[in-house]
Design a binder for this molecule. Sequence first.
Ligand code: NAP
Ligand code: F7E
Length: 318
Amino acid sequence: MKAFVTGITGQDGSYLAELLLSKGYKVYGVVRRSSSENYDRIAHIRDRIQLLQADLLDQVSLSQALAYSMPDEIYNLAAQSFVPTSWAQPVLTAEFTGTGVTRMLEAVRTTCPKAKFYQASSSEMFGKVQETPQNELTRFYPRSPYGVAKTYGHYITVNYRESYGLHAVSGILFNHESPRRGLEFVTRKITNGVARIKLGLDREIRLGNLDAKRDWGFAGDYVKAMWLMVQNQKPTDYVVATGVAHSVRDFAKIAFATVGLNWENFVVSDQAFMRPAEVELLLGNPGRAEKELGWKQETSFEKMIELMVQADLKRHSV
Ligand code: NAP
Ligand code: F7E
């Protein structure tokens, strides 16, 4: 079996590539041209995967990469994924995260229409939530240019499934984190800050809305749900979540406690990290994925935080 992964240099791409390799897949990964290589997250598997240059902004490059690899499964994980940047660069976000999905689907339709396609949809599509917990039938109300672009990507995937009979699925994944999470996302910002404070390298962490609540899971668990969704006989969309929400404050409290510190002595409130339109609460119902795919969360919230703090401590100690 051959798999094609866009966004392989990102958090999820690296975990998914590991999973696919462990199942015996030949893995092709898409990388975009850069003046310096950005392959840290896949360095440990670099010699076991084949990288192909293409860009979500460039239709021809996507078609050529697919024509070269002719995969059985395609995972479209590439995106501009940081919500605040989507207000600073709304058009680019729409191009990468929204229209980029259409470019991928067109490339699949014209090159390898029998391949199975996975789209990385997001709980950000629920935004100003219309019901709690959110499930596959909950109405979308995105609150950022990122959320709007993801909603377009979601519906264009559904549309290509219905228009052309592609085996295309969308995973509506709630926030998932790991030691490979980008440093600007709140969980990693906190665990990295905790490690630096513990080692005497910093004195504070500046954060925005401490009351925001998210349903946080572990990225290593969530890529398993992606794979299960693609194996499903009937292409269907699924919510992937833990079913439990915590506040940013709770996250900080637990992260500091793992190194014996009190968060209140180090967290500083900073307006600069508030958003023009906030998503106050996301809480998913993973019932359908658990029942129909047999997926379940394996790593607890507390365990994940500990893993992240320990990894950051180790990184800063060398
Ligand atoms: P990430 O770490 O930010 O990785 C994004 C990846 O997309 C990187 O490999 C990046 O490449 C690539 N990329 C960006 N623009 C590109 C372009 N124009 N052409 C080709 N590649 C491009 O994101 P992640 O956390 O792994 O998330 C994976 C996917 O799931 C994303 O689509 C994200 O929006 C979605 N999602 C994430 C979560 C979450 O909680 N993590 C939840 C729901 C949905 P470079 O390395 O070159 O920048
Ligand atoms: O923010 C609050 C912030 O940037 C979480 C992406 O993977 O998940 C992610 O999007 C919450 C927000 O993730 C800071 O206001 C407080 O309410 O870690 P985040 P996100 O925006 O939820 C979804 C599912 C995706 O699809 C996205 O790609 O934390 N918050 N203080 C802060 N957030 C940040 N980044 N920095 C702060 O200082």
